[in-house]
Design a protein around this ligand. Structure first.
Ligand code: CAA
Ligand code: NAD
Length: 304
C-alpha cells in the first residue's frame, strides 16, 4: 500500500505533444526540430501576420533540410516529399493559447521582456493541464522570476536553444531548486530525442554560453565605437584568428540587435555592479533606428 501510494503521488511526465509559443527566429526552429523528431507540435503566435511568417519559415527551412538530404544521397526525392508531408502533418498552428491545453511540454520563445513574459506565464498556467512542463527559451532573464507566476515552479525549466536551432547542437537546461527530478529527466529525454546535446546549469545571468558570449559581442561593439577597427576587420579577425564560425558583429546581427539590447538592458538594470554588463551606444542607436540586424534587413551590415 505504501509503495502504491508513492507511485501514485509521483506524476509521470511522458512528453508526446509539444507546444511552442512564438514562431520568430527561435520558435519556428524549435517547432520544426520537434516535429522532425516525431512529436506532435502545437505552434502558437500572438498575431496572424507573425503566424503566417512562422509557417513560411518552417516550410522554407524544412524544404532546405530535405533538399540537402536528397543532394547528399541520404534520401530519394519521393522519400523527401513523403517526409515533408509527414512532418507538416504533425504541426498544428493557432492564434489561441488555449490550443495548448493538453500539451505535455510548452516551450516559450516570445520576446525577451519580463513585462511580457510574466503576464504570459500567468495566463499559460491557468490554461494548460496541470501536469504539463514549461520550458523557457529566455537568453538572459532569471527563470525563477516567471516560474513562480506560472503557478508550477516544480514543473519549470529553462530550455535554452541556440540560433539557428536547426543547426546548433546544444541546449542548456536550467534547473531550478524547485524543478522535480522527474521533470528534469523528461526534459532531458526530449532534448536527446531531438538530437541535441544537453548541458545543465543554474539560474544565473546568461547561463553558460551567453554569460561568456554576450560580453564579447559588447567588446566588439565598443571597439568599433572607439574607431579601433572596422566592422569587417573585427569579424574577419575573430573568424580567422580565433576560429569562430562568425565574427562578433555578424553574430550580433544574426541574433537580432533588439534581442541583444533587451538582454543587456535587463542585465544592467538587475546587476548594476557587474562591469561586463554594458549597453553600447551604437547598439541602442541602431535599434532605435529600426535596424535590428538580419531580420530587418540592416544592422552592423546591410542584409539582402
Ligand atoms: N534551416 C535549414 N537549413 C539551414 C538553416 C536553417 N535555418 N540555416 C542554414 N542552413 C543550411 C544552409 O543553407 C547550408 O546549406 P548548404 O550546405 O546546402 O549551403 C547549411 O545549412 C550550412 O549553412 P552555412 O553554409 O551557412 O554553414 P556554415 O558552415 O557557415 O554554418 C552556422 C552556419 C551554423 C550558422 C555557423 O556560421 C555558426 O555556427 N555560426 C555561429 C552561430 C552561433 O554562435 N549561434 C549562437 C548564437 S547565441 C544564441 O543563440 C543564444 C542567445 O540566447 C542569443
Ligand atoms: P523574435 O522577435 O524573432 O520572435 C518572437 C516572436 O514571439 C514574435 O514572432 C512575436 O510575434 C511572438 N510573440 C510575442 N509575444 C507573444 C505572445 N504573448 N504570445 C505568442 N507569441 C508572441 O525573437 P527570437 O529571437 O525568436 O527570441 C525569442 C526568445 O528566444 C527570447 O526570449 C530570446 O531571448 C530567446 N533567444 C533568442 C536567440 C537569438 O539568437 N535570437 C537565441 C536563443 C534564445
Amino acid at each position: 500500500v505504501q509503495q502504491r501510494r508513492t507511485l501514485a503521488a509521483t506524476p509521470h511526465y511522458d512528453i508526446k505533444k509539444v507546444g511552442v509559443v512564438g514562431l520568430g527566429l527561435m520558435g519556428h526552429g524549435i517547432g520544426l526540430v520537434s516535429a522532425q523528431a516525431g512529436y506532435e507540435v502545437i505552434a502558437v503566435e500572438a498575431q496572424a501576420p507573425a503566424l503566417e511568417s512562422g509557417k513560411k519559415r518552417i516550410d522554407k527551412s524544412l524544404s532546405k533540410i530535405l533538399s540537402k538530404a536528397v543532394e547528399k544521397g541520404k534520401m530519394t526525392l519521393e522519400g523527401a516529399e513523403k517526409e515533408k508531408e509527414k512532418v507538416e502533418r504533425r504541426i498544428t498552428y493557432s492564434l489561441d493559447l488555449a490550443a495548448l491545453r493538453d500539451a505535455d511540454l510548452v516551450v516559450e520563445a516570445i520576446v525577451e521582456n519580463l513585462d511580457v513574459k510574466i503576464p504570459f506565464y500567468k495566463q499559460l498556467g491557468s490554461l494548460v493541464k496541470p501536469t504539463a512542463i514549461f520550458g523557457s527559451n529566455t537568453s538572459s532573464l532569471k527563470i525563477g522570476d516567471f516560474a513562480a507566476p506560472s503557478g508550477r515552479p516544480q514543473q519549470f525549466v529553462g530550455l535554452h536553444f541556440f540560433n539557428p536551432v536547426q543547426l546548433m547542437r546544444l541546449v542548456e537546461i536550467v534547473r531550478l531548486h524547485e524543478t522535480e527530478p522527474a521533470v528534469f529527466e523528461a526534459v532531458r529525454g526530449y532534448v536527446a530525442r531531438i538530437g541535441k546535446t544537453a548541458v545543465t546549469c543554474q539560474d544565473t545571468p546568461g547561463f553558460i554560453v551567453n554569460r561568456l558570449l554576450v560580453p564579447a559581442l559588447v567588446q566588439a561593439m565598443l571597439m568599433k565605437e572607439r574607431g579601433e577597427a572596422s566592422v569587417e576587420d573585427i569579424d574577419v579577425a575573430m573568424q580567422l584568428g580565433a576560429g569562430h564560425p562568425m565574427g562578433p558583429l555578424h553574430l550580433a546581427d544574426y541574433i537580432g540587435l533588439d534581442t541583444c539590447l533587451f538582454i543587456l538592458e535587463g542585465w544592467v538594470k538587475k546587476y548594476p555592479n557587474e562591469p561586463a554588463f554594458i549597453v553600447p551606444s551604437s547598439l541602442r542607436a541602431l535599434v532605435q533606428g529600426g535596424k535590428l540586424g538580419r531580420k530587418s534587413g540592416e544592422g552592423f551590415y546591410v542584409w539582402e
